[in-house]
Design a protein around this ligand. Structure first.
Ligand SMILES: [Zn+2]
Length: 309
């Protein structure tokens, strides 16, 4: 009887020791994970802070150039300054705007297929879901612009894209694609609904109806880049990636540098390089490619365990 009690006691002591050891191990693992996440969080924050600053600088450079506060003509180069963006292979079926239309549709579909096959229920991967519409509407918007430039013998430098003389179906196409682009991008931020909707409607109405797409001293893309990138990057910086700041957040931040780098490279490298090779598509393709690269890399990483902000 006594030996039986002693045996049970020894067994339960061993069990308790095992449980304590396991708990210590879990605590250490959690601590290491928390420390790791803190580093990734810091890294992601730093990258997103630079990206937010970059989008503000881009918008201010455009507005200041327009207002005459400074002249960034030498940075923009001859072709970008004249056309409003880097327009390559003019007069061909593979002109920049048409390439943008074909490529955006193809890359958006590739992204959608990848989301379907790789993301499953992983919130950290599903963050790229839903970009398809805005990428396609961006591409189709370029198709409409190309149509306008062909039928009207070039885009006006003094009038906005939509005037009273614009055929209703062209105006409707431009407004719809503009709204689709802004709304879709802003809708996925975690800002309050009123802020998202107001910004999307205002941008969709104001950008095509008030500013010429190309004008020696004003670039609609400066404002568009500011509205979109400022919102989406600031949203990540404030709210994390699907509510958490970990290595997925850091990876996402890193891949988002691709489109910001392309945004700056397009004017800077236009005359010397891009006007011969694709032009504006470098920027347009960089947007879906950044999501594709993120998804390809992140889907190979161990799934996120739980939300840890
Ligand atoms: Zn574009």
């Amino acid at each position: 009887m006594l030996s039986e009690v002693l045996r049970r006691d020894t067994l339960s002591q061993a069990g308790r020791a095992r449980a304590a050891k396991a708990k210590l191990q879990t605590d250490v693992e959690r601590l290491l994970e928390r420390q790791g996440n803190a580093l990734w969080s810091l890294f992601g924050d730093a990258v997103f802070a630079v990206l937010v600053a970059s989008s503000v600088a881009w918008g201010l450079a455009s507005i200041g150039h327009y207002k005459g506060w400074w002249d960034v003509g030498s940075f923009l180069g001859e072709n970008y300054d004249r056309d409003g963006f880097c327009l390559a292979h003019k007069g061909t079926w593979y002109e920049s705007q048409l390439l943008s239309m074909y490529g955006s549709v193809i890359l958006a579909l590739v992204l959608q297929v990848m989301v379907r096959s790789l993301a499953a229920n992983r919130g950290e991967l599903l963050v790229v879901d839903g970009n398809t519409k805005s990428i396609i509407s961006h591409g189709l918007g370029h198709g409409v612009l190309h149509y306008l430039s062909v039928t009207q013998g070039g885009l006006s430098r003094s009038e906005p894209l939509i005037t009273r003389a614009t055929p209703w179906y062209v105006a409707a196409g431009l407004l719809l694609s503009s709204f689709g682009l802004f709304f879709d991008l802003l809708e996925r931020t975690e800002f309050p609904p009123w802020l998202k909707t107001t910004q999307a409607v205002a941008s969709a109405l104001l950008v095509p109806t008030t500013v010429p797409l190309i004008m020696a001293r004003f670039r609609v893309f400066g404002v568009t880049g500011l509205i979109i990138f400022f919102n989406v990057h600031l949203d990540r910086l404030l709210h994390g990636l699907d509510g958490a700041k970990d290595r997925y957040y850091a990876l996402y931040a890193l891949t988002q540098c691709l489109s910001s780098a392309a945004m700056w490279a397009e004017p800077y490298l236009c005359d010397s390089l891009l006007v011969k090779y694709g032009g504006h598509v470098v920027f347009d393709y960089s947007i879906p490619l950044a999501f594709i690269v993120y998804l390809a890399a992140a889907s190979r990483m161990e799934p996120r365990k739980a939300k840890a902000a």
